[in-house]
Design a protein around this ligand. Structure first.
Ligand code: NDP
Length: 462
């Protein structure tokens, strides 16, 4: 069924950029092919003197995959979207240029800042509230600021332009299906809630290991590193969903209040030498593919000591979680892809004498993209019924038919801020990590190394 969007125009600033071509346009194409972007006009803008044909070529190339899988109605919708698109050359940082474009577009407009962060910030600073038509939505990419203070400054700039629920701070990692999968598991099952606390849970790990290396993204990544790129945004959000108090509803206010409350109670404690670790990959091979030393990659400044593997222990100082370690880890060029949250339960207080074999703590694992659920339990047999064996109960969780950026765009176009990071949370995530960033900058925590294709430095028990 076709879905009429609240937003009439999607204006992408940064039309020639990587994000637009590789993620935004393909995400939009899937959405449109499913009839979920009905009536939308797509407009591209950038600093390049492109013709409409050059932009159209880019749009059509990015739509190709979705088009090949679409039904007849989906194909028609993609043709309509491409046929009505236009391109505008402008310098978003020059006063008056963006506002002039905005005033001529069918409203309401969602303005997607697919621009370098400092350019997005400048573009918002030169806008005045009178130049922003009512109903306009502002879509901000990560990184949102580079510190608590800069995030607060950016929030203040945005708040002067549009209401908070019209600001979308994108976290594409947490698609809607994943958020709802975590919430469904936690809050639709009575058996979990009584054990979901410090009395029964030993530790929780949230892990995002990639088998991809730098892949030509030095310009962005070398200035960021694993801590800022993954832990500051995505992994803290997952931790919050796994640990927050039950909300009364899953509308954006209740949900985002619960996330914010949880993150306010979270911190990484000194000494950072024991609560954090960092490392950088050296040359190696991943599944037969040779990977060069990170420090020798084009565009990398080796003296920066940018980490490609980061691990922190977060403490949540509230009644439910006091004393439980939350380990957040993300690495590039690892032996295998691993994206999951692992909840390790405490061992049984007493195993009746007479049992033999394995008696390991239960583990609940939630896998992300594709979303899965695995539960390790100890059961008897086969053969000797006194002998305990470990088995894993497996389930696949709901999958989205959209790409992650399709889900992001659907929220923006429908005017639903559920998936967007709220202003206070964006600041709080920096507040949690800032002491670590300072400690690492002053070399309090020695940088380590690991060969690409390994499970991390030898000294880490992974
Ligand atoms: P790129 O450098 O590839 O593209 C940036 C775009 O901004 C270019 O089209 C550039 O046009 C345009 N631009 C720069 N200055 C101006 C200006 N003054 N006026 C108008 N347009 C301008 O960056 P990405 O696409 O990689 O990233 C965009 C944003 O998305 C960043 O915030 C990034 O952190 C975020 N992001 C990117 C991801 C990715 O995989 N690429 C993933 C997640 C987030 P021109 O070249 O002509 O100047």
């Amino acid at each position: 069924m076709a879905t009429q969007t609240t937003v009439k125009t999607l204006l992408i600033l940064g039309a020639s950029g990587d994000l637009t071509g590789r993620l935004l346009l393909p995400g939009l194409a899937r959405l449109a092919a499913k009839g979920r972007a009905d009536g939308l006009t797509l407009v591209g803008a950038g600093s390049d003197p492109w013709t409409r044909e050059q932009w159209l070529e880019r749009v059509e190339a990015s739509f190709a995959d979705a088009e090949s899988e679409a039904d007849a109605a989906g194909k028609r919708e993609l043709k309509r979207l491409a046929g009505s698109t236009s391109y505008h050359q402008l310098d978003v940082t020059a006063g008056g240029e963006l506002s002039a474009l905005l005033s001529g577009l069918p409203a309401p407009v969602a303005v997607y800042f697919a621009l370098p962060p400092q350019v997005s910030q400048k573009a918002c600073e030169v806008l005045t509230p009178e130049e922003v038509p009512a109903g306009t939505r502002l879509v901000m990419e990560k990184p949102f600021g580079s510190s608590e203070e800069s995030a607060r400054h950016l929030n203040t700039t945005l708040a002067a332009l549009v209401p908070e629920d019209h600001i979308h701070r994108v976290d594409h990692f947490l698609g809607k299906a994943t958020v709802l999968n975590i919430l469904g598991l936690r809050f639709a099952n009575t058996f979990l809630e009584p054990v979901w606390n410090r009395n029964f849970i030993e530790k929780v790990e949230v892990i995002f290991d990639e088998d991809l290396a730098l892949e030509g993204r030095a310009r962005y990544y070398d200035g960021a590193g694993a801590l800022r790129d993954m832990i500051q945004s995505h992994l803290l959000q997952i931790m919050a969903l796994m640990t927050m108090e039950p909300p009364a509803s899953i509308d954006e206010r209740d949900l985002r209040d619960a996330v914010a409350t949880l993150l306010r109670a979270s911190s990484i404690k000194a000494p950072y030498r024991s609560s954090t670790r960092r490392a950088r990959y050296t040359a190696g091979s991943i599944a037969g593919r040779q990977v060069p030393d990170y420090a020798a990659e084009t565009g990398v400044d080796a003296a920066r000591n940018t980490e490609t593997l980061a691990e922190v222990q977060v403490d949540i100082d509230n009644w439910r979680w006091q004393g439980v370690p939350f380990i957040l880890r993300s690495g590039k060029a690892m032996r295998a892809k691993r994206k999951e949250a692992v909840v390790t339960f405490k061992p049984v207080p007493h195993l009746p004498k007479g049992f033999i074999g394995v008696d390991s703590p239960n583990e609940l694992r939630i896998g992300f993209g594709p979303d899965t659920l695995q539960f390790d339990v100890d059961v008897n047999g086969p053969g000797n019924v006194l002998s305990l064996d470990r088995i894993t109960l497996n389930a696949e969780l709901s999958a989205s038919e959209l790409l992650p950026y399709g889900e992001v765009l659907e929220g923006v176009l429908a005017g639903d801020p559920l998936l967007s990071v709220r202003a206070d949370t964006a600041e709080d995530c920096w507040r949690i990590l800032e002491p670590v960033i300072r400690a690492w900058a002053s070399d309090t925590v020695p940088p380590e190394e690991y060969p690409a294709g390994s499970t991390g430095p030898e000294s880490w028990t992974v």
